[in-house]
Ligand binder design. Sequence first.
Ligand code: ZN
Length: 160
Amino acid sequence: MVVRKILLNGNPLLRKVSKPIKIMTPDIRKLVEDMIETMYENQGAGLAAVQIGELKRLIVIDVSEKKDQPFVLINPKIVEKSKEEIGKEACLSVPGLEGKVSRFQQIIVKAKNIHFKDVEVEAEGYFAVALQHEVDHLEGVLYIDRVETGTLKPSRDDEE
Ligand SMILES: [Zn+2]
């Protein structure tokens, strides 16, 4: 597993639409491992493949407290959403900032898992928000595009 460099806002790759993964390969398994390692190393709650320069529809998320429950989704698609609320958000590709974004608190996502089997995931709260944030990355969208006017500000670690 290798900790990879995270692309930062301003890099044009972050604005591209990622491509679906058609088959599972050893390279993709390795990419998943690198993404998980990179997410943990940077204390992130999630990471999209494009953030380390791979334009593939692949995300990893871990919203557990102990950071020991990595969740891998391939070609994720949000099929149902409800209960929109505004909450604080940040992004490893936009370091030092945070802002408030309106997101759905209950969603259902269809995707493939690491074994390339179809899965349907019901997500709530922070997990649902993180999923929407990562799925946005696959479309070349950053949370700062959606931020509520006037709420983008320097992040303060001591608030966490
Ligand atoms: Zn992000």
